[in-house]
Design a protein around this ligand. Sequence first.
Ligand SMILES: N[C@@H](CCC(=O)N[C@@H](CS)C(=O)NCC(=O)O)C(=O)O
Length: 211
Amino acid sequence: MKLYDCAMAPNPRRLRIFMAEKGLELPRIELNILAGENLKPAFLAVNPRGLLPTLELDDGTCIDEVMAICRYLEELYPWQPLLGRSATERALVESLQRRAEFDGMISGSEVFRNQHPQFAERSIPGSGGQPIPAIPGLVQRGHQTIGRFYGWLEERLQRTPYLVGEALSMADITAWCAVDFHAWIERRIPADHPATQAWHSALSARPSAKA
Ligand SMILES: N[C@@H](CCC(=O)N[C@@H](CS)C(=O)NCC(=O)O)C(=O)O
């Protein structure tokens, strides 16, 4: 197996943290998204979407989408489970992970890509290099969704130390990567959200934070 990765990008980071928490290491091929290396023919031959991360199996099968890769790795390496340990937990991790991804990660991307000059023709990831012009009005919508994301996060974390109960899960990892990604667009955890602040400080102290 080998992993096509990008050290600076938030979605590949979700996968690296997941792997670090499980103690997994894979050979990595680093591609610079800002320089458009993921849109060059060599990588488009691997993944026509140009999307990172992408996992290539030894038989040549390529898997993109962070959650698809995580599910594959969790099945192969079930220790330190991060996708839930019971039917209920698995459903909750799925539900909360998706909410963190849509309201935290994708809305961050909506703001970032629709205002950054370098992404003026790359407003949606995964088009394989087909130009998709930015829509500046989406910046405001993204900021509104981020506001809702922080309200939801604080409300959940007031009740439990992690998003799904007492153990770290992929729901936390996605929300955590979204929070750190928001620094790129000058959004921070609101000062009056103490549970989210404490959760974020604890996660940032984990060795996997450096992944
Ligand atoms: N839904 C995808 C999102 C992956 C994604 O958006 N990756 C970004 C990096 S954070 C990317 O590949 N961007 C390519 C580009 O901008 O050309 C997943 O969960 O893996």
